[in-house]
Write a protein that binds this ligand. Structure first.
Ligand code: FES
Length: 158
């Protein structure tokens, strides 16, 4: 189901907790699985549940709660824009409009070439750098003016 390398990484996460609390590694295990597969199928979540000796429903709950987990296939680059109030007051709505216009998609849609998916995000704890966005959950981009968005899209399109 997962590569030996991913299993090794999950084992490393499990080792951070007491032996009878393997389930504490569930968020890391899901992130590792997603890094390998791109998104979390029911089969992968079931595998993680079995591996961590926890009920599958408990794994589904975690995966469904946090928007960093992809429960369906997405574009190569998932762009999550924070639209909470501090960002909204500092240009997030303009940034969203610019993405919509440049990519021709709305939230939760993927461009026809499979490259970009647009997602609406919650506060990322970087309100002072607004508007902010995340690329594939890991790369935070700050002060996303229209010019900065154009630069980002150009870089990711290469
Ligand atoms: S409101 Fe956008 S990072 Fe806090």
């Amino acid at each position: 189901m997962l590569s030996a390398e991913s299993i090794k990484k999950i084992d490393r996460e499990i080792a951070k907790y007491p032996a009878d609390q393997k389930q504490s590694a569930v968020m890391s295990a899901l992130a590792i699985a997603q890094d390998e597969k791109g998104w979390l199928t029911t089969e992968i979540m079931d595998f993680v549940a079995h591996y961590l000796e926890m009920p599958p429903i408990a794994v589904y709950e975690v995966a469904a709660f946090y928007n960093m987990y992809n429960l369906q296939p997405l574009g190569k680059f998932k762009i999550t824009i924070c639209t909470n109030l501090p960002c909204a007051l500092s240009g997030a709505n303009e940034a969203v409009a610019h993405f919509r216009q440049k990519l021709g998609i709305n939230f939760n849609e993927t461009t026809a070439d499979g490259k970009f998916t647009l997602k609406e995000g919650e506060c990322m704890g970087a309100c002072g750098d607004a508007p902010v966005l995340l690329v594939n959950n890991k790369r935070m981009c700050s002060f996303m003016s229209n010019g900065a968005i154009d630069q980002l899209l150009e870089e990711l399109s290469k």
